[in-house]
Design a protein around this ligand. Structure first.
Ligand SMILES: C[S@@+](CC[C@H](N)C(=O)[O-])C[C@H]1O[C@@H](n2cnc3c(N)ncnc32)[C@H](O)[C@@H]1O
Length: 190
């Protein structure tokens, strides 16, 4: 009897350890790129290109300190959601939301951007690396027709932009390329 109880206890302890280890691994997923903030005047230009209104649901996959969704909410009173997995950035994002008093409009979720369902969003504002953007294309293809995606510096590979502009930032004195896509996404011809 005592021996059986010991075997069951050891088994349960092992199972618990395994579950905790697996959860620990899940939570420890590292960001696929480092944080580099988009200058605020470039963010404002992206918001203008996306023709955002108060009825839009704006999303920034890999939101960093949430400057894009916060700026969109402040400018147009729209809802915003940012996805981020770096705990330090999430803390900064939450602080900015509070500082700019947009808690009623903007929220941050600690989620890997590759696991998100974006279908409820009508606008995507993003600054991600080309390989990350490519991986998100199947999710973006599910957006409602007429949704807008604005990408900073890196385009969506293999997709024809609706509009492409160069914008010189007064903050860093650098020219930034901005790409607008209106869904459904159109395959590039070359
Ligand atoms: C280049 S920064 C852009 C930040 C912000 N969108 C901006 O333009 O100011 C990219 C952000 O994506 C986050 N990131 C990278 N991989 C991610 C992933 N798999 N899931 C969620 N966030 C991720 C990084 O932590 C970083 O803050």
């Amino acid at each position: 009897m005592f021996r059986s109880l010991c075997i069951v206890s050891v088994g349960l302890a092992g199972l618990t350890l395994c579950v905790l280890t697996c959860r620990g691994e899940e939570e420890a997923k590292k960001p696929d790129c480092v944080f580099v903030g988009t200058p605020n005047d470039v963010v404002a230009k992206m918001i203008e290109m996306a023709s955002i209104t108060k009825d839009d649901k704006v999303c920034d996959p890999g939101c960093g300190d949430a400057r894009m969704v916060v700026a969109a909410a402040r400018a147009h009173g729209c809802q915003g959601i940012g996805y981020e997995i770096d705990p330090d950035r999430i803390a900064e994002a939450k602080a900015l939301i509070k500082k700019r008093k947009v808690e009623n409009l903007v929220r941050i979720e600690s989620k890997d951007i590759f696991t998100v369902d974006y279908r409820e969003n009508t606008v995507i504002l993003m600054y991600l690396l080309p390989n990350m953007i490519l991986k998100l294309v199947p999710q973006f293809e599910q957006l409602k027709p007429g949704s807008r995606i604005v990408a900073h510096n890196y385009p969506i590979g293999g997709v024809e932009p609706t509009k492409e502009i160069e914008f010189k930032s007064n903050e860093d004195n650098v020219s930034h390329t901005l790409y607008l896509y209106v869904t459904p996404l159109k395959k590039a011809t070359n």
